[in-house]
Every structure is written in C-alpha cells, then in structure tokens.
Design a protein around this ligand. Structure first.
Ligand code: 0PR
Length: 391
C-alpha cells in the first residue's frame, strides 16, 4: 500500500489503462453473456442510494418497505398474489435459498433429494453440495426438451423438491412447468421454478402475443420462483430475485440475527450485509419502464434473435440447435463435429460466446446491448470461419 495517497486524476488514469483489457457491452464482442449494460436511470438511482444496507433492515425501514413493494409487484407480474421474497445477489443465491427451504420443510427425510433437468443451471449443483442434497438429473430428449417420463421416475420418498427451468441457460427453453406441477400436486414436495433469465422476458413476450406456456404462479403447484433483475431486467449487478408464494415459510425457515442495530427481522438470505441500492434502483427501473418499456426492449431482442436465426440457417455446415423460443440462440454443426474449433476461431476474433460442450453448442444471448450491426459482422465472420475450417 502507498504511504501517501495519489491524486484522483492520476488514479483514474491508471484505472483506465488497467481496465482496457475488459470487453465492453457496446463493442459487439459480448455475445454470450446474460448480463447487460444497466439502464442509465437505474445507475443514477443506484449511485444516489449506494450506502443503503438491507443486511440491517431496521436501520433502513424505507428501503425495506420499497423491497416489499417491489417483490409484490414482480409477484403480480408472475401472476401471484401477496408474494413475498427478496432481491438477492443473483440467481445462484436465490436457487440456494429455494433448495434450503425444500430441505428444511421435509425434516423427516434423512437423505434429501431434489429432481432437476439436466439443463438446470450449475447453481443447483453448488446448492446440493452445500446443503448435502442429492441432485437427481432428468435426461433431455433429442430435441433438448425435458424427458418428462424420466423426470417423474426420479421422484421418490426422499424427494423434497423439484425444479423446473423457464429459460434454460444453454438454449432458453421452457420446461413443462404445468406437467411437473401435476407430479407434485398432492405431494409434500417443494416446487421451484428457475426463471433467472426468463423471468423478465416471458411475461412481456406473452403480452406481445407470443405463445408462452404457463410457467409462473398461475400454476398452482409452483411454490417459488427465481428471476434476476441483473439479467433481462437491466438492473445493476448484483441483483437477483427470490419470490415465494407462502409467507408462512419465512416464519418457519427464516434466519434470525438478534443483535442487529435495527432489531431482528427474519430473512432467507445467505449473505449478511447486502445492497439496498440495487433494490431502490430496480424499483425505479420498473416505474420508469413500465410494461410497455419492457415490451419494447424484449421485442427488439426478439427481432434480433429472429434475424440471427435466419442467418444461421443460411450458413452451410452449421445449424440452429433448436428454434429459439426466447432470445437465446444455440448453434451447432450439421455433421455433428465438435463446435470447439469454431469457438476457438471466434475467440481469436474477440467474439465471446458461451460454449456448452455437453450439448455441443455455442450460445449467443441476444441481450439489449446486442445491436443488429453486431450480428451482421458476427455472421460474416462466422461464415468465413466455417468455410475455412471446412465443416
Ligand atoms: N439460473 C439460470 C437459468 C441461469 O442462467 C443463471 C446464470 C443462474 C441461475 C445463476 O445466476 P447468477 O449468475 O446471477 O448467480 N446464467 C448465466 C450463465 O451461466 C450467468 C452469466 C452471466 C454467465 C453473464 C456469464 C456471463 O457473462 O450463463
């Protein structure tokens, strides 16, 4: 550490140089990320309220009330009533909270298991590891949709929870939530839906008259939902979301910290000190955009998705893994050859996509920062690469 501090200007200059290595959202390079540039107004509000700490809610009663209002409003967007929950550090924390609840509610089960689809996010593996839960993974069919019969066969007397994904990480697919709901309807099994990505896409696609199957609290058996502001919500990082139908579960399973300056509030979080600024910011973003604002953003992403999908169909040697349902595009080879070489070549040209070796696909996520011009140059380069590699 320096003995004497530097001038602000000098520090800013050093920082600029050091951070040159980072990719920027507007460069056209970031094509495989589920995060994006937060909304300007959200950033403005966040900066203003950056010191709020919801780790001690009693000291910030206004922010606490704002969080409740925000959660309830998002709960309504997901067709729920009096939904409780909170803004988390991300989808991983929200999924961990859900898995913990599933385990605690079934105290009599000594070897708890949770059934998920093979395309469920890695955060369920992390949660299973931390909580001592056995994860039972249901197979996918050839078209990458969930094999429901296999899913059902994995449910047994040790099952404390099942998970459906609404907007899978690899392809943006929607698991059949209603059908999974039927498997657990009369059983004492917690049903969590991971819509970390899809949560701020699907409600607006539905309002844009896209055919979207029921995936949210409108399905009676659904107990909780993950949906992240810092993905398609354009919220600042870190902001995920956990939404819970039955408020008595907070009383039954919540943590308590008796000594806090602001008093004791039951909570479900894994972290202690946690940002309030992100919550205030997302409250402001929801008010500012309204349903129509989100519809416009989602529509632009979908138009670009269709554009890219059409272009991929034109390139010989590669094809779409599946027809995109939401703004996630999976690309694979026509002859089954590995996508790794294509991915390597793309990276050399600074195209950063997601690579899912298990499914032999590379993933483009058409986030709000992705412009049609980015996709045009991407397609030109991709086409050249596929030709050069003779795929
Ligand atoms: N559930 C689903 C369906 C997800 O896709 C993700 C993350 C999570 C949960 C976990 O969310 P957090 O990362 O907020 O904990 N999906 C992205 C992915 O794995 C995360 C991501 C975002 C990765 C930006 C890369 C990146 O540049 O692809």
């Amino acid at each position: 550490m320096l003995k004497e501090g530097l001038e602000k200007q000098e520090i800013l200059k050093i920082l600029e140089k050091k951070l040159e290595k980072d990719f920027s959202y507007n460069s056209g390079s970031i094509l495989g990320s589920m995060c994006t540039e937060p909304l300007d107004f959200g950033v403005e509000v966040y900066m203003k309220y950056i010191s709020k700490n919801l780790g001690d809610p009693g000291l910030f009663l206004g922010t606490t009330a704002l969080e409740e209002e925000l959660v309830s409003e998002i709960g309504e967007l997901f067709n729920g009533k009096n939904i409780i929950g909170s803004i988390t550090t991300g989808g991983s924390e929200a999924n961990l909270i859900a898995m913990r609840i599933a385990k605690i509610l079934k105290k009599n089960v000594t070897k708890p298991e949770v059934v998920v689809s093979r395309s469920a996010h890695i955060s369920f593996d992390k949660a299973a590891d931390l909580l001592g839960i056995k994860l039972r993974k249901a197979n996918l069919k050839d078209n990458f949709e969930l094999d429901l019969a296999h899913f059902k066969s994995l449910i047994n007397s040790n099952t404390c929870g099942v998970v459906g994904v609404a907007g899978t990480t690899s392809l943006g697919l929607i698991d059949p939530i209603e059908e999974i709901g039927r498997f657990v309807e009369d059983k004492d099994i917690f049903f969590h839906v991971d819509a970390a990505f899809g949560g701020f896409v699907l409600p607006f696609l539905k309002k844009l008259n896209y055919k979207i199957p029921q995936w949210d609290f409108s399905v009676k058996a659904v107990d909780s939902i993950t949906a992240d502001p810092h993905k398609m919500g354009l919220g600042v990082i870190p902001s995920g979301g956990f939404f819970l139908r039955d408020s008595s579960i907070l009383q039954k399973t919540g943590f308590e910290i008796p000594y806090l300056a602001g008093g004791n509030f039951k909570h479900l979080h894994i972290v202690g000190t946690r940002p309030g600024g992100t919550v205030v910011s997302f409250w402001a973003i929801m008010k500012y955009l309204g349903i129509n604002g989100f519809k416009r953003i989602v529509k632009k992403c979908m138009d670009n998705t269709v554009y890219l999908a059409d272009q991929i169909n034109e390139i010989k040697g590669i094809r779409l893994t599946t027809n995109p349902i939401i703004n996630v595009v999976g690309i694979t080879t026509e002859n089954g050859e590995s996508v790794c070489k294509i991915d390597d070549e793309l990276r050399k040209r600074n195209y950063m996509l997601g690579k899912f070796e298990e499914f032999n696909l590379i993933r483009v996520v058409i986030m709000p920062h992705v412009q049609k011009t980015h996709l045009q140059t991407f397609v030109e380069d991709l086409s050249k690469i596929v030709k050069k590699l003779k795929i």
